[in-house]
Design a protein around this ligand. Structure first.
Ligand code: SF4
Length: 272
C-alpha cells in the first residue's frame, strides 16, 4: 500500500470548536444513531472538510494550510479492533459504527479500504451493529465511493438545500461542486440513502440565509422525490455554530416541514 499523503490542514482557532482527539471515539449516545461508536479518519483535533458550513460545530474550515498526518488503514484497524475487544470484555453493545469525526470522511484516500476492513471486523465482533457513514456528498463522484456507500447499512448524506445559491452560502463548498450532481448520485444509492438536513436561519455580513422558506422547502422536497431515501432526518443546531449568528429553528417549524415530507410518502425523523 502506498504511503499516506499528507493533507494540508491547520487547527481551528475557535475555542468552542468541538473536535475529536482520537481515531475511534465513544461509544456515545447519539440523538439519531443510538449507541454509536465513531470513527474519525481525519486528523485528530483538526478539521478537514470540503465544506465550511456556517453551522459547523467543528468551527470554520481552516483557510491557511498546515501539515497534519491522516491515520493509515493499519492504524484505524488496530484502534478499532482494540476498542471492539475492550467493549466485548466490558459487555458493552453498539447500535451503530459511524464514520464521522473532524470533517468529511471520504476525504481519506483509503476510505474504501477502511470500509472493507470494518465490514470484516463488524462480522467478527458486533455482527448486529449497523455501519453508517455521515457524508456531505461532495465526493460521491470519486472512484469507489458510491460502491463503498452501497456496502454499508446507512449512507447518510447531507442535503441542506436543493438551490445552488443557498448551498453556496450555507455550506460554503471549497471545491467545485453542484448540488444537482449530488442529488443525481445520491439517487443511485436507493434505499441505502438517508438524507440529513440541518435547518437554520442566519445573517452573515449582508447575506440572509434561511432554508426554511416555502421556496426552499418545495425545491428540497422535489430533490427528495428524485433521491427516494428511506428516511429523512431533520434537525437544527445543538452546539455552538461556526458562525455565531446562526439561529436554532424551533421544534414546531421542523414538525411542519416534516409533515410536508411525510405527505409525499417519505419517512421523517425530527430531532429538535
Ligand atoms: S460538512 Fe459537516 S464537517 Fe463539513 S463543514 Fe459541514 S457540518 Fe462541518
Amino acid at each position: 500500500m502506498k504511503p499516506i499523503q499528507r493533507s494540508l490542514i491547520q487547527q481551528t482557532n475557535d475555542p468552542y470548536a468541538f473536535l475529536f482527539d482520537s481515531i475511534v471515539f465513544g461509544p456515545v449516545l447519539s440523538r439519531r444513531l443510538g449507541v454509536s461508536l465513531g470513527i474519525n479518519l481525519l486528523p485528530t483535533k483538526r478539521k478537514a472538510c470540503t465544506f465550511d458550513c456556517i453551522y459547523c460545530e467543528c468551527g470554520h474550515t481552516p483557510q491557511n494550510q498546515g501539515d497534519a498526518l491522516l491515520p493509515t488503514v493499519e492504524e484505524v484497524v488496530k484502534e478499532l479492533e482494540k476498542k471492539f475487544i475492550d467493549m466485548r470484555l466490558a459487555n458493552q453493545t453498539v447500535d451503530t459504527i459511524t464514520f464521522a469525526g473532524n470533517g468529511e470522511p471520504t476525504l481519506h484516500p483509503y476510505f474504501t479500504k477502511v470500509v472493507d476492513k470494518l465490514i470484516v471486523l463488524r462480522k467478527k465482533y458486533f455482527p448486529q451493529a449497523r455501519i453508517a457513514v455521515l457524508t456531505n456528498g461532495t465526493r460521491l463522484q470519486k472512484p469507489g465511493i458510491i460502491n463503498s456507500l452501497s456496502l454499508v447499512d446507512d449512507a447518510i448524506i447531507k442535503l441542506d438545500s436543493a438551490i445552488q445559491t443557498t448551498v453556496e452560502k450555507l455550506n460554503c463548498p471549497n471545491e467545485k461542486f453542484t448540488i444537482d450532481e449530488v442529488i443525481s448520485l445520491a439517487a443511485k444509492l436507493g434505499s441505502k440513502c438517508i438524507i440529513q438536513t440541518m435547518f437554520v436561519k442566519a445573517s452573515v455580513g449582508d447575506t440572509i440565509i434561511d432554508n426554511t422558506t416555502d421556496q426552499e422547502v418545495d425545491a428540497w422536497i422535489n430533490a427528495l422525490l428524485k433521491i427516494k431515501p428511506h428516511l429523512v432526518q431533520i434537525y437544527s443546531i445543538s452546539r455552538v455554530p461556526a458562525e455565531r449568528s446562526v439561529e436554532k429553528i424551533d421544534a414546531q417549524t421542523l414538525q411542519t416541514i416534516a409533515q410536508k415530507v411525510e405527505h409525499v410518502g417519505i419517512n421523517t425523523i425530527v430531532t429538535p
